[in-house]
Design a protein around this ligand. Structure first.
Ligand SMILES: [Zn+2]
Length: 212
């Protein structure tokens, strides 16, 4: 089984993708995470991606498609995949679907986890990351204040650059203007499963698998 999962920031799509990956033996391909990793590499591509990320610019479609292809080729043919937020622009649909066809990985379903705008902002601005081990933490859950050390390695924690209120607003604007039209394409094709993300992790997961 091959899936795509969409949702605004804070919708918990990463968590749901991990749960689906475990239940259905899928590789979770998270482009945002892959780009952050490449951005820390001292390669040409790494420098370019870091610069785009620093300016909060979108990564050009052709780079995104290449990076996804590279990740997909490493996945064993015994496994399915779950693509996290890709394609995320109308322009990426065709090249990504063509590539998936060539790799013999047709998409079975696209999942959309919805969340009200204000709830996204409230959830995201509580997200912190360790500057040393890069693990993520929730303010008020794993750490009580931003002066607290990383619970795992003791390093200093900070809000991820794009998790500040301004950064969140910009990413949500991109999601609703650029990615929602992609989701609508999958709805038109009759492939969309839409689930209310403003519920517990367990309930959201139940609602998704009920639709398969
Ligand atoms: Zn740490």
């Amino acid at each position: 089984m091959n899936l795509i999962i969409f949702g605004p920031q804070g919708s918990g799509k990463g968590t749901q993708a991990d749960l689906l990956a475990e239940k259905y033996n899928l590789a979770h391909i998270e482009t945002g995470q892959i780009f952050r990793e490449i951005g820390r590499e001292n390669s040409e591509l790494g420098k370019k991606i870091k610069e785009l990320n620093d300016h909060k610019e979108m990564i050009p479609d052709e780079i995104t498609v290449d990076v996804i292809k590279n990740s997909l080729e490493k996945v064993s043919s015994q496994k399915g995949v779950i693509l996290d937020s890709a394609p995320r622009t109308i322009g990426q649909i065709e090249p990504i679907e063509k590539m998936l066809q060539e790799l013999n990985r047709p998409i079975d379903k696209a999942i959309y986890i919805t969340l009200p705008y204000d709830e996204s902002v409230a959830r995201i601005t509580k997200r912190y990351a360790c500057t040393v081990c890069y693990r993520h933490f929730i303010l008020g859950k794993h750490i009580s204040g931003d002066e607290d050390p990383c619970p795992t390695c003791g390093g200093p924690v900070m809000q991820r650059g794009d998790d500040t209120p301004d950064g969140v607003a910009k990413r949500l604007k991109t999601f609703y203007e650029v990615t929602v039209p992609v989701i609508e394409k999958y709805r038109e094709k009759g492939m969309l499963i839409e689930v209310d993300g403003n519920q517990s992790v367990e309930k959201v997961f139940e609602d998704i698998i009920e639709e398969f």
